[in-house]
Ligand binder design. Structure first.
Ligand code: ADP
Length: 484
């Protein structure tokens, strides 16, 4: 071991001892030091090791002992030390001893500090996991960025929505992870604002999946305080999907305007006829009777409209009472045909029920099934010209384990472009408005009762001029959103 390397190693060990040892070596004659060459190697090695870890103190202890024995006690291969070596090495040994004590104390402190750090790290790690799992339980997307706009935390919803790999997102610039430049800019601007008070919410449309429709989000951003509590340490960004809410509020306002329009028409007609009666415009008894009849019809229509709307709203809100029993569909169809027979006879329409000898039953609300078949049969009679035929057929559909009811007519039929709209609220075929009065809610109610309440299906097939075939199925076992 050369003196130069020894000095290098000493300076690596650092601190007061290094300076002290170097000064002693520089002043010592070469021979004096070579006498303890083997021991010096151990000393240097131990000095280099002190910076490492806790066992260093013990290593120093052993090294110092060896050095003492070699240099001062003359136990080494070079024999007893001369006077100069003793004079030089004595204080050095004292300093080393002092250093050893200090190192021991330092090591104890460092070990305690290390333990405390480890405990703190474990606590913060479990805290972080708790926060992460809390964030993962949210449907809203949450991302947390630091004051370099680098991602520090993101929940699963955020990774899925913004399309980045959650496992490899930490400490990466948001601009590299999020392709939407506006969102990245919003995060940046929020942090730059430096405001710790309040939060900012913006409504923004984010492009959905490739080829999909953009979705609307309420983006809420707030600055997070740094360690001092005074500066900005990052930004938390929460994205809430409000697409459905917006659709519903649009549907509600559409519904309200449609309803007011539909209610206004019969009301206006009632008003007009009442005014004519008041003004004495109906001169004879037969005109007055005619006006009274029109007023009654319009009032009836208003009543039907309100009943239908209430029923649909109750089903949509899920607050309708459903009493399920084993319903015999042939029996219900016969009852409906009996009710509709007078109207059918007026137009010379043949009205019949077809059902095989077996029993066709399913778990359903009987009153609702009556309403569904009545709506379909009354439409069939309304939109079938004189001399036509309306047939109600009941059969079992074993494949779907449900009862299938079909109402066929030989009437006007439905144009292809109207078919997709048939079950929508207030939809009426323009050209048929002259043929019969209606509310445009009957088929929508049918769909709600069958699909929402009973978990069945409705459909229609038709050719203009050839008649229509409306059908619905009700599962043998109770189903649907409102199943008890
Ligand atoms: P409403 O009959 O009260 O107008 P519906 O919802 O029952 O309301 O029917 C909606 C529209 O569908 C009707 O206005 C009519 O234009 C058309 N429609 C219904 N049933 C038939 C049918 N059997 N044949 C031809 N058109 C029909």
């Amino acid at each position: 071991m050369s003196i130069g390397r020894a000095m290098l190693a000493c300076s690596g060990a650092g601190g007061a001892l290094a300076g002290l040892a170097t000064a002693a070596i520089v002043r010592a004659p070469m021979g004096g030091l070579t006498a303890g060459g083997a021991a010096a190697g151990a000393f240097i090695g131990l000095l280099a090791g002190t910076a490492a870890a806790a066992p260093a103190a013990a290593v120093i202890g052993r090294g110092v002992e060896r050095l003492r024995r070699s240099l001062l006690d003359g136990e080494g291969e070079d024999g007893p030390p001369d006077k100069l070596t003793r004079r030089l090495v004595g204080p050095l040994m004292g300093a080393i001893g002092e250093f050893r004590e200090r190192t021991r104390a330092e090591t104890r402190r460092a070990t305690a500090g290390l333990r405390e750090l480890e405990v703190r790290w474990r606590v913060s790690e479990s805290e972080r996991k708790r926060i992460e799992s809390t964030l993962d339980s949210l449907r809203d997307a949450v991302i947390v960025t630091d004051n370099f706009d680098e991602m520090t935390m993101a929940n699963e919803a955020a990774a899925a929505l913004l399309g980045f790999d959650r496992g490899a997102c930490e400490r990466r610039p948001v601009g590299d992870l999020i392709s939407d430049a506006t969102l990245v800019r919003l995060i940046h601007q929020t942090r730059e604002s430096g405001s710790l008070s309040g939060r900012k919410t913006v409504e923004y449309d984010l492009g959905g999946a490739p080829g999909g429709q953009p979705r609307s989000f309420d983006i809420t951003m707030a600055c997070l305080a740094d360690h001092s509590g005074e500066g900005v340490g990052g930004v938390v960004t929460i994205l809430r999907d409000v697409t459905r809410e917006k659709e519903i509020s649009q549907m509600k306002s559409d519904f309200v305007s449609q309803v007011s329009h539909e209610l206004r028409t019969p009301l206006a007609s009632i008003n007009a006829y009442v005014e004519m009666l008041v003004d004495g415009e109906a001169k004879d008894e037969s005109s007055r009777t005619e006006f009274y009849q029109i007023i009654k019809n319009e009032a009836d229509r208003l009543g039907r409209l309100i009943d239908n709307m209430l029923n649909i709203s109750r089903i949509e809100a899920g607050i309708i009472q459903v009493e399920r029993t084993e319903v015999d569909f042939v029996e219900v169809a016969r009852e409906v045909v009996e009710v509709m027979q007078p109207q059918a006879r007026l137009k010379n329409i043949t009205l019949l029920v077809r059902g095989g000898p077996s029993v066709y039953t399913a778990q359903a609300c009987r009153d609702m099934m009556h309403q569904v078949i009545l709506n379909l049969v009354s439409n069939a009679v309304k939109y079938t010209p004189e001399g036509g035929r309306v047939t109600v057929a009941v059969e079992n559909d074993d494949a779907s384990r449900s009862t299938l009811v079909t109402v066929s007519d030989t009437g006007l039929g439905i144009p292809p472009d109207a078919l997709p709209n048939m079950f929508q609220k207030f939809y009426r075929i323009e050209n048929y408005k002259r043929v019969a009065k209606g509310t445009g809610l009957g088929l929508n109610l049918v769909k709600h009762i069958v699909e929402t309440v009973h978990g069945g299906q409705v459909g229609v097939q038709s050719t203009v001029g050839m008649g229509s075939k409306f059908w619905f199925t009700i599962p043998f076992e109770a189903g649907g959103r409102l199943a008890a």
